[in-house]
Design a protein around this ligand. Structure first.
Ligand code: GLC
Length: 566
């Protein structure tokens, strides 16, 4: 297969325009500010930006309550500013994907205003109504503890409307062909303005059947194919990255058996077991999660992440596993959220321990998929647990020791910047770390560069190699006659491990360390023995540095035959 699927081997960086840089001094980040910061992102080496919602919105769910899908919220700028931004990205070779929030709208959206105005309005059937309170109104809440029900009575409409999320986010009736056509139109609009695709919000809910009589929602997977088909015709290299926290057995329904549905999905399964491995030092459930999420079409890719803008959802773990992660990374009630997750940022979760941060990032960059970094994690930003719900981890980027962290010059707005404690902007900021060769920022830049030099991770087939120590994960990738191998020690104590690469002949006998000088030569029995420091990690190229001369032009499977690794 030709290797021009850009999303298979890049590094995605997620940010929201409102928290990045405020150029016009009103206390809120804007597109002009973001445009001026593109050189920073270019320098960091990321290949794509995932831009969170920026459309007009009452802002009650950080922009995920959109009131006009075809505009830019005036606080952030204009459509003109947006196009300057996408153009600026293009000039620097950075792709932009934006959130596509079409499971619901804000209740201030003109469609909903029209829908509620009368029973026979043009948009009535764009939403999901019931004349009486449905029997299941107090089930299926996404935000338990905060959200009381999934059906709310609207006085003006004289009826109940369905909302999977907060009560100001009425669900769109996505089975309605008019709504489906509108979703395509929205995609077509933003594609025209320079984006390379979408992070599709809440996909399982978008495609689920909805209604007062629906007891068990059924996913209408065909819808995914129609989104993809439309996108591919409009712009061949545009993608959809699905937010779908689903069980591994349904992954293929989302990717499509013929690779005809979603291009990418976030790997929630691996995410949760990765945190479990970090908390418990037991990598076996993580290895199982990797195996369970292995089947995917050759054109599909996982988005590998540690933290995002939501809570770290631990809902798929068993109760004891979840308790172990809570205990290690979020012991206080105030750090937990929605009975299932942790709302903190990565650095405070890991106690600000640089060794653990590097270990976690190294794993994110070397597990199967494309890494997705959350803004601020590259400098180990902290959180502000005084802010409600998920807002604690959505504070402005910390650029410098200037007032308000160099984020804004507006004196009234500074309070949202973290200015107290060890994660305050005077200690943690880009300007300081830029000058320090050993900073987290410079480490992250190096690891991104190295990640780009191991396309085997993005494209290849992988194998978890037995190391006989559950605290250590050894994984090998093969692609086009080349192999790379990664070793991670979850334990705080040093570990000695011994393993064979599993490759025949001379090749597997030499492991060239990509990050330091300590290379490994196999013993007579073809085994490598490594001494790993606590939380240690290694990136190796198998065989030697003449690998580019050995790389084949086509994919060759283990038996030496042409073919793409499954
Ligand atoms: C997704 C978003 C989350 C938002 C919700 C409703 O889960 O990640 O932030 O609140 O959708 O749109």
């Amino acid at each position: 297969m030709i290797d021009d699927l850009w999303y298979k081997n890049g590094v995605i960086y997620c940010l929201s325009v409102g928290t990045y840089l405020d150029a016009n001094g009103d206390g809120v980040g804007d597109f002009k500010g973001l445009l001026r910061r593109l050189d920073y992102l270019h320098g960091l080496g990321i290949t794509a930006i995932w831009l969170m919602p920026f459309q007009p919105s009452p802002g009650k769910d950080d922009g995920y309550d959109i009131s006009d899908h075809y505009g830019v919220d005036p606080r952030y700028g204009t459509l003109g500013d947006f196009v300057e931004f996408t153009h600026g990205c293009k000039q620097r070779g950075i792709r932009v994907i934006i959130d596509l929030v079409v499971n619901h709208t804000s209740d201030q959206h003109s469609w909903f205003k029209d829908a509620r105005s009368s029973n026979d309005s043009a948009h009535r059937d764009w939403y999901v109504w019931s004349d009486t309170r449905p029997a299941n109104a107090n089930t299926g809440m996404v935000f338990p503890g905060v959200q009381k029900s999934t059906w709310t009575r609207d006085k003006e409409a004289g009826a109940w409307f369905f909302h999977r999320f907060y009560d100001f986010q009425p669900d769109l009736n996505t089975s309605n062909p008019h709504v489906q056509a509108e979703i395509l139109k929205i995609m077509g609009f933003w594609i025209q303005l320079g984006v390379s695709g979408f992070r599709m919000d809440a996909v399982p809910f978008v495609i689920a059947t909805k209604g007062a009589k629906v007891r068990k929602p059924v996913e209408q997977y065909d819808m995914l194919r129609s989104f993809r088909e439309f996108l591919q015709w409009r712009q061949g290299d545009a993608i959809i990255l699905a937010e779908a926290n689903v069980l591994p057995e349904t992954d293929m329904e989302y990717f499509g058996r013929d690779g005809d549905r979603m291009h990418m999905m976030f790997n929630f399964q691996v995410n949760q077991y990765l945190f479990y491995a970090l908390a418990s030092t037991d990598t076996r459930p993580l290895a199982k999660a990797l195996a369970a999420t292995k089947p995917r079409p050759a054109t599909a890719q996982w988005g590998l992440f540690l933290r995002n803008h939501d809570e770290l959802d631990l809902g798929r773990l068993t109760k004891p596993q979840r308790q172990a992660v809570f205990k290690a990374f979020g012991p206080d009630k105030n750090m937990q959220l929605y009975d299932r997750g942790i709302r903190r940022r990565l650095a405070p979760m890991l106690g600000g321990d640089r060794r653990r941060l590097e270990l976690a990032y190294s794993l994110m960059c070397t597990l199967p998929g494309t890494p997705v970094i959350r803004y601020g994690d590259e400098i180990a930003m902290g959180d502000n647990l005084d802010l409600p719900e998920r807002n604690c981890a959505r504070t402005p980027m910390q650029w410098s020791t200037e007032p308000h962290a160099g984020f804004t010059e507006d004196d009234k707005a500074g309070s949202r910047v973290i200015d107290k404690g060890p994660y305050g902007y005077e200690h943690v900021n880009v300007a300081k770390q830029r000058r320090d060769p050993n900073s987290m920022l410079n480490w992250t830049e190096r690891i991104i560069r190295m990640r780009k030099e191991v396309p085997e991770v993005g494209w290849g087939d992988f194998k978890v190699i037995a190391a006989r120590d559950p605290a250590v994960l050894v994984i090998r990738y093969d692609w086009r006659n080349n192999s790379v191998l990664f070793v991670h020690n979850m334990h705080e104590q040093p570990r000695e491990v011994s393993f064979a690469t599993g490759l025949p002949g001379e090749t597997g006998r030499l492991l060239v360390n990509l990050l330091s000088e300590d290379h490994s030569h196999a013993d007579k029995r073809d085994r490598h023995t490594l001494m790993l420091e606590g939380y240690g990690y290694r990136w190796y190229r198998v065989g030697g540095l003449d690998y580019l001369f050995k790389r084949s032009d086509i994919d060759i499977d283990a038996s030496g035959k042409a073919g793409h690794p499954a």
